[in-house]
Design a protein around this ligand. Structure first.
Ligand SMILES: Nc1nc2c(c(=O)[nH]1)N[C@H]1C(S)=C(S)[C@@H](COP(=O)(O)O)O[C@H]1N2
Ligand SMILES: [Mo]
Length: 469
């Protein structure tokens, strides 16, 4: 560790905001003197340097924490490098689970940004619960790490001149997309979970395209910075140094280390511990919504359904009957289920459905907003309904709700989802009739199907040939 605060700036006082004068034009000998090297077009960078905005240097120097430097940034970086890909992949899987091949993922039309898709499996039944649970929970847990990572590089925002080469311009542009991208994804994701559609655009479309911008920027950033990160992590382990012995790292080429470090108030491991506690706190307030049971009460960040009432129907409701505009008159004694297949149409009332063979299965509902819950459902197998109208083996099912408007008033299920022995048109849950809010008189429940396609207040099911995809 150097005894003096490190300096990689010339003695010329550039950090006081005065124009730096170099008499030579080659730039090279200036480097020997300690001034920065400018690549092509050097005149531009030098001109920019001479026209430093008032206060820029002072602002950069206001960030003086002595723990900033390659080591801390790299540790936070490696944590994100190990976890963000999981968030990205599970997000992509969530999109595929919606069934883009059946024309129903959101956004539907993604042009050439369409990844390879497949029919979402029905086994294991908890598959979607895990993918969406990981996506949402990890996404929330990483907020403090992202904030710490941004804090560790924040003085770089005020760097002047903003670039010293064309390559650096590109690098900094990719940083803009990286930082903007992750903040955008986190903010839109969090607002969606809270049902706060403050933004004037469609969440799914925005989150989808935002994810691609962010992912592309992340790949670029990792490609550029990986060697730096590895060498910083191979250096001395600074996690052990107590506050009293914490000193700044030597000046680094990225300029992460403060030029004028302030007094040490926290060790590097202190910063990591603070970040880690933030992560654990958020995890503690979030995992309950996926783990379910009594733990649900700990899910303080869950805007609804933390205490969803007592009794067999006491589990979270995504959209109530009232919110969906489903009236008691629609679900009363006059309700009939219409089942269509080919040119056959059958109407059955609830008594008729209850008279058919009943099957019971423990299946989760997993909502894309993060919460999930396993319940015991009883009803008619979807494949028995298909047989009622003689639907072909590979037919898909188009399920429609009594709900008149709303994105989730209908869904399509592929043949494996129809044929699975646990796929039900549920009439009862946990031994009692479904409550109106859970979809009375009948609702769909299918293994590993995203909650959003477990249509409530079903009015009709149409079995039809699957269009070629
Ligand atoms: N008709 C209809 N069915 C619906 C919805 C809806 O808005 N309308 N919401 C879906 C969503 S997003 C979820 S997560 C589940 C939740 O089921 P629950 O409210 O019974 O827990 O219902 C699904 N079924
Ligand atoms: Mo949902």
């Amino acid at each position: 560790m150097p005894a003096d605060p490190p300096s990689h700036e010339p003695a010329g006082g550039a950090d006081r905001g005065e124009p730096r004068r170099t008499s030579d034009t080659s730039g090279r000998s200036a480097e020997t003197a300690g001034a920065p090297v400018y690549a092509y077009p050097a005149r531009l960078w030098r001109a920019l340097d001479r026209h430093r905005p008032p206060g820029a240097a002072a602002t950069a120097d206001a960030w003086r924490s002595p723990v900033r430097g390659p080591w801390l940034t790299s540790v936070l970086g490696v944590v994100l490098l190990a976890t963000l890909p999981l968030v990205i992949v599970t997000g992509l899987l969530d999109w595929i689970a919606y069934g883009p091949r059946l024309g129903q993922a959101l956004p539907t039309d993604v042009g050439w940004l369409r990844p390879p898709v497949f029919d979402w499996p029905t086994r294991p039944a908890w598959l979607f619960r895990v993918t969406q649970g990981l996506h949402v929970t990890l996404g929330i847990m990483l907020v403090p790490v992202v904030v710490a990572k941004l804090w560790s590089v924040v003085p770089k925002l005020f760097d002047w001149p903003p670039a010293r080469s064309v390559a650096q311009v590109l690098e900094r542009l990719s940083l803009l997309l990286l930082v903007g991208g992750i903040l955008f994804e986190m903010v839109t994701g969090l607002l969606n979970i809270q049902y706060a559609y403050l933004f004037g655009f469609d969440f799914y479309t925005a989150h989808w395209y935002g994810a691609w911008v962010f992912t592309a920027a992340l790949v670029t950033h990792v490609a550029i910075k990986l060697p730096r990160m590895i060498s910083a992590l191979r250096g001395p382990n600074m996690a052990r140094t107590p506050v009293g012995e914490t000193t700044p790292e030597p000046a680094d080429p990225d300029g992460l280390v403060s030029r004028r470090p302030g007094p040490t108030t926290m060790s590097r491991r202190g910063v990591l511990a603070l970040t880690g506690s933030g992560v654990l706190l958020l995890a503690a307030l979030t995992v309950g919504q996926t783990l379910d049971g009594v733990l649900r009460r700990t899910a303080l960040l869950l805007p609804r359904g933390r205490q969803p009432g007592e009794g067999p129907n006491g589990f979270p409701v995504n959209r109530t009957a009232a919110a969906a505009g489903v009236r008691p008159a629609d679900t009363g004694a006059g309700w009939r289920l219409t089942v269509r297949g080919g040119d056959r149409t059958v109407e059955v009332d609830r008594g008729g459905l209850l008279a058919m063979t009943q099957h019971t299965a423990d299946l989760p509902i997993a909502c894309v907003e993060g919460w999930s819950t396993e319940q015991t459902w009883t009803g008619v197998r979807l494949r028995d309904l298909a047989a009622l109208v003689g639907a072909p083996e590979r037919a898909l099912a188009r399920v429609e709700s009594l709900e008149r408007a709303g994105l989730f008033r209908q869904a399509r299920l592929h043949a494996d989802q129809v044929r699975h022995p646990d796929s039900l048109l549920a009439l009862r849950v946990n031994g009692v009739d479904l409550s109106t809010d859970h979809g009375y008189p009948a609702r769909v429940i299918v293994p590993a199907l995203p909650g959003v396609h477990c249509t409530k207040w079903v009015r009709s099911i149409t079995f039809e040939e699957r269009p070629d995809d």
